[in-house]
Ligand binder design. Structure first.
Ligand SMILES: NC(=O)c1ccc[n+]([C@@H]2O[C@H](COP(=O)([O-])OP(=O)(O)OC[C@H]3O[C@@H](n4cnc5c(N)ncnc54)[C@H](O)[C@@H]3O)[C@@H](O)[C@H]2O)c1
Length: 413
């Protein structure tokens, strides 16, 4: 396993559980050391899980030589958004070069990192072939998108179907055989490009549907229609509708980023825009500012200015019940509140210190006191540790951006 982050570590755990001999290679030395000492840095993997992995023979390593002799190598390194709007493939290229140095006949190489269609064939294959071994003859190359949903108690690595697409039918077959050892259902793609694009379709679909309800949230508010109730009604239709909910913006490593890979690819290869993605981005990106405008309106009703008002943000992670703050829209909400002069404090059971605008904010420790002192409480993330109706009852003003409250005085997005 190359890259032991949110994706690589759970995958390694599942492979270990499936009885495979697993080594994890990572360039971050502190992370390698921590894992070998039994400490996890990933939400869904406990220290106990790491101990179980170590007990079954797993080792983390920073030594390239430990990759030598592997039957299969799986790449799970980050693909952040690059300067040009496409994925920054720096880590993928570096990891591929690492593998190229120890590539042996018969090896199966699988890319899991999210990227644009064609990456496996156009970027990985030429690097791996530099040493003289031929793809499809001497070694096998495939793409298998990661579908991990951090914090999801129902669907984990094992029971989420795994899509696999190779550059040749044999590569697909070999990669499918690998995953079948520890994943319940493997779904075979026509090729690597279809597997790469399937991942982007999944996340683009989510991004666009969230934008749809976010746009509706604005006009429903103006029209005096409770959109949360509208969605509750619509989702009783047993076919043809899937519920999505509005919120303060989109977060995490996938939804705000992955659709860009597709739209960037369409624009750079074909010269025209992927309009759905661009519109969805425009709508979702303006949600933090919309939340702040609504917050201003709420304070205004109490004859208070945003400047100098004490505003308490509840929940700053990008999804409930985890500590991951990547791309969380709470940061944009906070920046906007600060720029309007709000006296900002935050609480999150999963986050002790929070970085906004280069400053470090300490979480308020006594939630009841913080609520009593706040002119406005904004629920940005609904962690299950929060009893939102009780919190709304105690607040002077409670603005719920997640539609979680039933309290009559709570103001929902
Ligand atoms: N986190 C998610 O929920 C999620 C879900 C689906 C897909 N993905 C995709 O999976 C990929 C990995 O994401 P992640 O969340 O695991 O990232 P991460 O940042 O949690 O972990 C990546 C790890 O790779 C290591 N790394 C970086 N360069 C390396 C190199 N050259 N060689 C070896 N190790 C290297 C880093 O030290 C880090 O430990 C990304 O493409 C992401 O888009 C992530």
């Amino acid at each position: 396993m190359i890259g032991l982050g949110y994706v690589g570590l759970p995958l390694a755990r599942e492979a270990v559980r499936g009885g495979l001999v697993v080594r994890g290679f990572d360039v971050t030395t502190s992370l390698v050391d921590a894992l070998n000492e039994g400490r996890s840095h990933v939400d869904d993997i406990s220290d106990g899980d790491v101990a179980e992995m170590l007990g079954a023979g797993f080792r983390a390593t920073g030594d390239v030589e430990d990759i030598r002799g592997a039957a299969a190598v799986v790449i799970c390194v980050p693909t952040p958004l690059g300067q040009d709007g496409g994925p920054d493939l720096g880590a993928v290229i570096a990891a591929t070069r690492t593998i190229a140095g120890v590539l042996e006949p018969g090896m199966v190489v699988v890319l899991e990192s999210t990227t644009y269609p064609g990456t496996t064939e156009e970027v990985l294959k030429p690097i791996l072939e530099e040493g003289g071994l031929r793809c499809g003859e001497d070694f096998h190359l495939a793409f298998s998108p990661e579908r991990i949903d951090p914090g999801n108690a129902t669907y984990g690595m094992k029971n989420t179907p795994k899509v696999v697409g190779g550059l040749t039918p044999e590569a697909t077959e070999r990669a499918a055989a690998l995953y079948s050892r520890f994943v319940d259902t493997v779904v075979v793609a026509k090729g690597a490009r279809e597997a790469e694009t399937a991942k982007l379709l999944e996340n683009t679909y989510r991004h666009i549907n969230i934008a749809l309800v976010n746009e509706m949230a604005r006009f429903c508010h103006e029209l005096g229609i409770d959109l949360w109730d509208v969605i509750r009604l619509a989702k009783t239709k047993p076919f043809g509708f899937q519920a999505f909910y509005p919120g303060p913006g989109v977060g995490g490593h996938c939804i705000p980023i992955d659709p860009n890979y597709l739209s960037h690819n369409v624009r750079s290869r074909l010269g025209y825009p992927f309009r759905f993605v661009e519109l969805a981005q425009e709508i979702n990106a303006t949600m933090p500012a919309y939340v702040v405008r609504r917050a201003q309106d709420i304070l205004n009703e109490d004859a208070k200015a945003m400047r100098g008002s004490r505003v308490l943000l509840l929940g700053v992670t990008y999804k409930p019940n985890i500590a991951d703050q990547r791309e969380s829209p709470a940061v944009a909400v906070a920046r906007n509140l600060l720029s309007h002069g709000a006296d900002l404090v935050f609480h999150d059971p999963h986050v002790e210190q929070w970085h906004v605008n280069g400053d470090t904010l300490d979480r308020v420790e006594d939630l009841d006191t913080a609520i009593a002192e706040a002119d406005l409480v904004i629920l940005v993330q609904n962690h299950s540790a929060y009893d939102v109706d009780v919190l709304a009852e105690k607040s002077v003003r409670f603005f719920d951006t997640k539609g979680a409250t039933t309290h009559p005085d709570a103001i929902r997005l």
